[in-house]
Each structure stands twice: as structure tokens, then as C-alpha cells.
Design a protein. Structure first.
Lengths: 324, 342
């Protein structure tokens, strides 16, 4: 498993470590972090998803795989990739793209795959004004290794390409009439590339029937566990319709919110429809509605996200805007 | 100097007064405070004090203890040099000899002979506390002690600091001196050794009976005690499970409680300790109770003063209330309410 990183790699690098949290600290295989590197004189940043993989072809070559699975790091879903690979092999595909049905009226926000009845992809349209189908690409690809090498090398030669799988590689392969199939996935799937969607995904977890069961023992979501004590819930605390993690000390009111580990909520503070990131201390008499909080808040801070167009992301740098 | 202390944990202790919680596990592996086992406290204190070599001397039912500690990874004790050692008692003979039995140590002399450390800390496995031993070692050296006894409120904590060379000598000469354990040595009025005393002021709870287990659990609910036990910079380590956060539903009411991860709480919980992965359904009221990991409490139950051991299953509508302040204990995997249906 190779993890391609680019911007601000420190947090991710130290998070992944040697992969022990996912049982990936192995003698064979395991996990490798692949940041951009400088080649003799020029520093080559990853200019697109395809260029990131292209620049690490040597990493893939040492394994000489039959198939390569390419994934995005900012999607939330549970999927058994073995089933997708079986589909890929069964169809005799050269590349398979996982797709999910989206409401037709929202389809113009996605990359849409048009297929024949055998699920072979006939056309790919990036954010079509008038979508012909509602099968949206999930940005999950299985490639036959020889095809992947070939198309990445050719793409790299193309000065007009933006070196992106969705924008460049897939359309080129379709033009060349390669065998591309759409693997239909059903279940919860969310791209959390924006503050809004990150907030939405957290709120989704609070729904009874959100489709992403994080309590399933047979399909655990592994994570680096920070070794915090259990939650301490105070005499006057109220916590309802919420997810609260280890190390939290709660004396305030929590409604329909998600508290990460080590969050402290002092008495007389009120939190609703919000996400509080790890090790954050919320002082007394704060009111937080519909926001994502990443830093400590002093007493009497008021953040009312309902009055705002966008979900506020409160950070140390913009905190002064919220304090009177 | 930090690395000059050996950690020795006596995990052989068995208390008849805790029998109900010890049928499937040894005392060191008794669950405590929502996510820990008793041994986590002494072991974490040792690691936080810079101890790099820890020997555990188990005896009864130590499968659960082995499973919990594994290679010692969670305590950073999976090392090439030093690390975590297990020295089970080879015989089945009864050894009622107090904490740190010299005859048990004698079976594993190699550990004491081979290690480079100059001092050893010998401890019991059943004390809940968060203590740094570095200041104690400093005083031990400055005052030129042979043995230092650690006490709390004037009572022995069953923890001793000793020069390793002296410990080796005490083990080897046990048949001549008649000393069976550290306690015998410090209690000998005629001893020529320099016995020092260190009075520890912090939060200390010895778990020696169901009553003291229950009381210590209730004590940790108090925020001051919680803070004294879970200090910043001196974490209590334990075997980590990948549990999701705890889910509080719209009907949940939780007050003055300790809740671990992976729970789903639909009912009311007051003055209680809830371990990992517990499910508490709607209409149920739990007060002054301890519910251990993976237990499932059905709808409309009423529990007051109950200890539900691991994997307990309580069906809908069960009512259990402790009398005379002594908790009711439901043993591991117990099912309640089945009979009422039939």
C-alpha cells in the first residue's frame, strides 16, 4: 500500500507511521508513504492524481502487480475491494471504475459514467449540464498493471494534459476504446473535500439510518488510538443525540454534535449541530451552533453558524473574529 | 540514572473476598475505571518513571493477563534490550508469603543476575494510583537506604525499593534468614539494614475486596480523583481496542459517570462506570453501578448498586437493587431475566 502525499505532510506522515494501527507493519508489503521527491536538479511536485502515480511507477514496479487499485484519501465509505476486483476479472476489464447512484438532479455536480447494459462504460462526462445517467464516479479505479504503466507514460508525454485520472486518463482510454467497466457500489459514500461536506459527514453519523455503521465489529474502522482515559460526564451535563470520544470531560450541554478525543466542555456551555476536533477546550458560557471548532475557545464565545452562508471553521488564526 | 531501576510486579495475589470477579481472571486483570485492568496502573507508573525492564510474576489464571499485555507494545516495552518479562510460578505449591515471594523469585534468578540495573522496585498488582517513582529513587540514593518502604496515610502500600545486590542476597539466603518476602525483612526489628520510609500523599486505592473495588470505582467518579488518576503527561496505558466513539441517543440522560468508548446509550445513567462497548436500551435506569465491557442491558431495566461483569446480558424489565450498601455482582457472561419469561 503506497500513500501519496503532497501538502503539509507532517501530520499525515506521523499519523501513518509504520502502519501499526492498521496491522500494516509487515515484513512484506505494508505501507509506504510516497511524498514528491526531487530528481537530480528539478523538484517535481505532483501536478495531478495521475502524475502522482506516474512519479512512483518505480515503487509499483518493485511489486510487479497484476492489478493496481487507486483510491482517494478524503472519501468516507466502507467497501470490500475484493468484490470490485472479482467484478473486474469476471468482466475481463482493463480498467474498472467504481460508481454510485446519485439523485439525477444532483448528477451535474459529479463525473458521470454512461454505460451499456453490461456495465461497460461508453462515455464519461465531467459535470454534465444534462446528465444521461446518474452513475457518479467515486474516484476508485482498478487498472491492469500493463495498461496503467502504458497510459501513465503516454499521459506524461502529453503537454496538454493536466495529468488527472478523471479529466485525462479515463477520457483518453475511452477514446482508444479500451475495455472500461463501471462497478456499481451501493451504500454510504461521501467526498469530504470541503468544510461543508466534512461537517455534513459528521452529522450523517448521527442519523439512525445513515448507512455507515461504525459499530460493526466485523468491519472495524481502525485508527491511531491516542490512549485517553474514559469520558468523564459531570453532574450537570446533558448529552443527547451525539457521538463523544475518549478523554472528553463534559460539564455543558451537547446536542446533535460530534466530540473528538480529549475535548473539554465547561459548565453552562451549549453546543449544537457542531463538530469539535481533538484536544479542544471550550470555556464556560460558550454558545456554539453549526460549526467546526479546531482550537480552544475562551469563556463567553458565541459562534452561531445558522446566521452564516458557510459552516464556520474556527481556528486559532481566525478566532479573533469570533471574540467580541 | 533513569534506567537504573528494575520493575518487579507480583501478580500472584488472590483475595477470597474478590472471588466473584476472579473466576475467569487473575487479580491483576480485573477491569477498572471503564477501560483499564488493575495492572495498567502500576505498569504505566513504572514506564512513566523511566523504568525500561519490567518482570511480572503471575500465578493464577494468567491467560487473561497475557492476552492483555501481549508483547508490551502499549507500554513501549516491546524492546530488543530489556522490556517486558513473564515469570510464572513453576510449582503449584501454595505460597502464602506476602508481596514479592523470594522463593518465586529464586526460580528466575537469571533475570536479576543478568540485568544491569542497580535498584529494583517491587510492587503489588492491585493498587490504583498514578505515581512517579523518580523522586523516590532520588531520595533512596541520597539517604543511602538499603530498602525504602512506600506508605500512604502511614500504611504500607506493599511497594518496596531495594538495592538489587541486596535483593539477590536476600533471595539466596532466604532459607538461612527465614525471610520469605520484603515485608518480613522490613518488619524484622533486629535488622541491621537501613530501612527508609517514603510517605506518598496522592490518590491511592488498594483493591482487596468487592467492597473496596466498588468504593474505589465510585471514588473515581469524583472529578478531583479522576484528575489525580489521569494526569497530563503521566498517562495510564492499556491495550487499545478500535472502538468507535460512544453514541448518546435522543433519549439518553447521563450524569456524574465515567463512560468508555463504543457504547450506545439510550437510557439513563447516573453515578456509574460504563466500560467499552456496553449497550443500554431505552427506559432503563442505571444508578451507582459498574457495567463491564460488552454487556447488554435491555429496555426498562432498573439497576442500582450492581456490578455486571464482562459480557453480561440483562433482558428487558429486570430490576436489581443492592441492599445494605453492598453491591450485587453478576458474574462474567451472566444472563438475567431469562427465567422470568418462562
Amino acid at each position: 500500500m503506497g500513500v501519496l502525499t503532497q501538502y503539509q505532510p507532517l501530520v499525515l506522515n506521523s499519523y501513518i507511521g509504520i502502519g501499526s494501527a492498521w496491522d500494516l507493519d509487515r515484513k512484506n508489503g505494508g505501507v509506504t508513504v510516497l511524498p514528491p521527491y526531487s530528481e537530480s536538479s528539478t523538484m517535481k511536485w505532483y501536478s495531478g492524481t495521475a502524475s502522482a502515480v506516474y512519479q512512483n511507477l518505480n515503487y509499483l514496479r518493485q511489486y510487479d502487480p497484476e492489478y493496481v487499485l487507486i483510491l482517494s484519501g478524503d472519501h468516507i465509505y466502507k467497501m470490500d475491494y475484493c468484490q470490485m476486483l472479482e467484478f473486474h476479472i469476471e468482466k475481463g476489464a482493463e480498467a474498472t471504475i467504481s460508481v454510485i447512484e446519485v439523485p439525477l438532479k444532483e448528477a451535474s455536480r459529479f463525473g458521470i459514467m454512461n454505460t451499456n447494459e453490461k456495465m461497460e462504460i461508453t462515455e464519461f462526462e465531467e459535470k454534465p449540464k444534462i446528465p444521461k445517467s446518474n452513475l457518479a464516479s467515486m474516484g476508485i479505479y482498478i487498472f491492469n498493471w500493463d495498461l496503467l504503466q502504458d497510459c501513465l507514460e503516454k499521459d506524461n508525454q502529453d503537454p496538454l494534459s493536466s495529468h488527472d485520472f478523471g479529466k485525462d486518463i479515463i477520457p483518453t482510454l475511452l477514446r482508444k476504446r479500451r475495455r472500461l467497466y463501471a462497478y456499481p457500489f451501493s451504500g454510504y459514500w461521501k467526498d469530504v473535500g470541503t468544510v461543508q461536506s466534512l461537517w455534513e459527514a459528521n452529522m450523517d453519523l448521527l442519523e439512525e439510518e445513515c448507512g455507515l455503521n461504525i459499530f460493526d465489529q466485523s468491519w472495524r474502522i481502525y485508527s491511531v488510538n491516542p490512549n485517553q482515559p474514559p469520558q468523564s460526564i459531570g453532574e450537570h451535563a446533558v448529552i443527547q443525540d451525539s457521538l463523544v470520544n475518549e478523554g472528553c470531560v463534559v460539564d455543558g450541554y451537547i446536542h446533535h454534535s460530534v466530540l473528538f478525543q480529549g475535548v473539554v466542555v465547561d459548565e453552562e456551555s451549549y453546543i449544537k449541530d457542531s463538530v469539535i476536533l481533538p484536544n479542544t477546550k471550550i470555556g464556560k458560557y460558550c454558545t456554539i451552533e453549526r460549526a467546526i471548532i479546531t482550537c480552544d475557545l475562551p469563556e463567553h464565545t458565541e459562534i452561531r453558524g445558522y446566521d452564516l452562508m458557510e459552516i464556520p471553521l474556527v481556528t486559532q488564526d481566525n478566532l479573533h473574529q469570533w471574540i467580541a | 540514572m533513569k534506567a537504573s531501576l528494575l520493575g518487579v510486579i507480583d501478580a500472584t495475589t488472590y483475595f477470597d473476598s474478590m472471588e466473584e470477579l476472579l473466576t475467569h481472571r487473575c487479580l491483576a486483570a480485573v477491569p477498572f475505571a471503564g477501560r483499564y485492568r488493575l495492572i495498567d496502573f502500576i505498569l504505566s507508573n513504572m514506564v512513566n518513571s523511566g523504568i525500561e525492564s519490567v518482570a511480572i510474576f503471575p500465578r493464577f489464571q494468567f491467560r487473561s493477563l497475557m492476552d492483555h499485555l501481549g508483547s508490551g507494545k502499549e507500554w513501549d516495552l516491546n524492546r530488543k534490550r530489556d522490556g517486558l518479562f513473564f515469570f510464572p510460578s513453576p510449582g503449584l505449591e501454595v505460597m502464602e508469603e506476602g508481596i514479592g515471594s523470594f522463593s518465586h523469585f529464586a526460580h528466575h534468578m537469571d533475570y536479576f543476575d543478568r540485568s544491569q540495573q542497580q535498584y529494583a522496585l517491587i510492587s503489588n498488582c492491585f493498587t490504583v494510583f498514578n505515581m512517579n517513582f523518580e523522586p523516590i529513587l532520588n531520595r533512596f540514593i541520597n539517604e543511602n537506604c538499603d530498602i525504602m518502604m512506600i506508605s500512604h496515610h502511614g500504611q504500607s502500600m506493599d511497594m518496596y525499593l531495594v538495592k538489587k545486590s541486596l535483593l539477590v542476597q536476600l533471595i539466596q539466603t532466604r532459607k538461612i534468614t527465614g525471610y520469605r518476602c520484603m515485608q518480613d525483612v522490613v518488619e524484622d526489628q533486629n535488622s541491621r539494614l537501613t530501612i527508609c520510609l517514603y510517605e506518598y500523599e496522592g490518590f491511592v486505592k488498594k483493591i482487596t475486596s468487592i467492597a473496596s473495588y466498588y468504593q474505589a470505582s465510585m471514588d473515581v467518579l469524583e472529578r478531583d480523583n479522576w484528575s489525580a488518576l489521569f494526569k497530563d503527561g503521566q498517562p495510564i496505558f492499556t491495550k487499545v481496542k478500535d472502538e468507535p466513539p460512544t453514541k448518546y441517543t435522543k433519549s439518553a440522560i447521563v450524569k456524574n459517570s465515567i463512560i468508555a468508548n463504543g457504547c450506545v446509550i439510550e437510557g439513563t445513567v447516573e453515578n456509574s462506570v460504563i466500560f467499552r462497548g456496553v449497550k443500554i436500551e431505552k427506559g432503563t435506569v442505571i444508578k451507582n453501578s459498574i457495567i463491564m465491557q460488552k454487556s447488554q442491558i435491555g429496555k426498562d431495566c432498573h439497576l442500582n448498586g450492581v456490578i455486571v461483569d464482562k459480557n453480561g446480558q440483562i433482558k428487558n424489565g429486570v430490576s436489581l437493587e443492592a441492599r445494605n450498601g453492598f453491591p450485587i455482582v453478576l458474574p462474567k457472561g451472566a444472563k438475567q431475566g431469562e427465567l422470568m419469561k418462562s
